[in-house]
Structures are given as structure tokens and as C-alpha cells.
Write a protein that binds this ligand. Structure first.
Ligand code: PRP
Ligand code: URA
Length: 209
């Protein structure tokens, strides 16, 4: 069964409080999502493999540890996932970025894929699928199906806010995908919105309605 990690770091929780606040405007919302994505990337990369390397300091030769060159891929779910990409790339700038476009049909809440452009060596990469919201789980489940179909085997999912319903659905659909969350909220409302959540992530990020 996939593991679920909820990041309780005080900086993440503090910034998330502002992200949730209805009085936080688009510019500040975007900056905060970027910052939280960086903090989460720090935690999510904790298990990256290291190798020993010989270097020379100004004082003497030394054996030190560096990343062993594992290939990474960051896959935002459009639109709102885009808001988390730059924050992650600040820490892992060599990662390739693939995009999956999905929207939730407002009537059925089912995800509809409208775009996919991905690195062609997905099977060699550790893929981090990102989206601020895991609500019913439909979008994340479909995005992960889509990248698995194209070869991805090593996948993590990272979001800001999740509903228990979405976590359960994602675990059931992809038991090999660990889930990284900044906050696990109470539940979904009748329209599939997370309570208390932050509203519509895409609209708040891009200033649309
Ligand atoms: C939002 C959000 C997720 C999805 C989560 O996107 O960014 O992708 O809903 O809901 P789910 O877990 O029930 O699938 P939305 O469909 O509103 O599209 P947008 O990012 O283009 O606004
Ligand atoms: N998508 C959002 O943007 N917000 C929610 O609360 C649920 C789905």
C-alpha cells in the first residue's frame, strides 16, 4: 500500500494558512505556492541516492557525498500544477518537466485529458506528479494512468491540500505511488470542493473566475 506523508513543518503550515485565506490576492498566492513547493521538494527528495566522490578542498583531498545523478521528472497537472513547478526546480534544476492537461467536468466531476507532452525517457525517471489539490482524486488518478501508459514506473504524487476521499481513491487506484501532502483536510462538499480547502486553485493562481 502506498504511504502517505503529511508535512507538518511549521513554515509549511504558516504559509499554507495565508494561501487558504480569502483575503490573499493572486500575486501573493502565487508566491506562497511557489515557496511551499520548494519546502515540500526539500522533504520529498530526502531519499535521493548519494555516491562518494573525491574532491580537493583548499586544505586537502576529501571523499564527499553527491547526488548519484538519478534522473527526475516533474509533471504538473494543468492548470494549477504549473504554480508548483518553479519552486521545485529551484532545488532540482536539472529535472525535466512534462505537462498533463486535465479538467474536471463540472457535472460529473470526471477528469478529461486535453493535453500531454512528456519526456520520452519516463521509464528511467523518478516522476513527481504535482497538483495543489487532491479532491475526489479523479485528476491525479487519470494523470498517473496517463504517465504509466507512456512508461513511467517510479512515481510520487505531491499536493498542497488533500481530502481523505481523494487519498483513499488514489491509494486504491495506484498502490505503488506514495502521496506527499502539506495538509489533510476534513472532507469534500457536494460540488467536490475540499473543506475548508482554499477554493479553486487554478482560479486563485491565475486570477480567473
Ligand atoms: C482542480 C485541481 C485538480 C483537480 C482536483 O483542477 O487543480 O487538478 O481540480 O480535483 P479532483 O481530485 O476531484 O480531480 P480543475 O479541474 O479545476 O482544472 P484547472 O486547474 O484547469 O482549474
Ligand atoms: N479543485 C480545486 O481547485 N479546489 C478544490 O477544492 C477541489 C478541486
Amino acid at each position: 500500500m502506498a504511504k502517505v506523508y503529511v508535512f507538518d513543518h511549521p513554515l509549511i503550515q504558516h504559509k499554507l494558512a495565508y494561501i487558504r485565506d480569502i483575503n490573499t490576492g493572486t500575486k501573493e498566492f502565487r508566491e506562497l505556492v511557489d515557496e511551499v513547493a520548494t519546502l515540500m521538494a526539500f522533504e520529498i527528495t530526502r531519499d535521493l541516492p548519494l555516491e562518494e566522490v573525491e574532491i580537493e578542498t583548499p586544505v586537502k583531498k576529501a571523499t564527499v557525498k553527491m547526488l548519484s545523478g538519478k534522473k527526475l521528472g516533474v509533471i504538473p497537472i494543468l492548470r494549477a500544477g504549473i504554480g508548483m513547478v518553479d519552486g521545485i526546480l529551484k532545488l532540482i534544476p536539472a529535472a525535466k518537466v512534462g505537462h498533463i492537461g486535465l479538467y474536471r467536468d463540472p457535472e460529473t466531476l470526471m477528469p478529461v485529458e486535453y493535453y500531454a507532452k512528456l519526456p520520452n525517457d519516463l521509464e528511467e525517471r523518478e516522476c513527481i506528479v504535482v497538483d495543489p489539490m487532491l479532491a475526489t482524486g479523479g485528476s491525479a488518478i487519470e494523470a498517473i494512468h496517463s504517465i504509466k501508459k507512456r512508461g513511467a514506473v517510479n512515481i510520487k504524487f505531491m499536493c498542497l491540500i488533500a481530502a481523505p476521499e481523494g487519498v483513499e481513491a488514489l491509494q486504491a487506484a495506484h498502490s505503488d505511488v506514495d502521496i506527499y501532502i502539506a495538509a489533510l483536510d476534513e472532507k469534500l462538499n457536494d460540488h467536490g470542493y475540499i473543506i475548508p480547502g482554499l477554493g479553486d486553485a487554478g482560479d486563485r493562481l491565475f486570477g480567473t473566475k
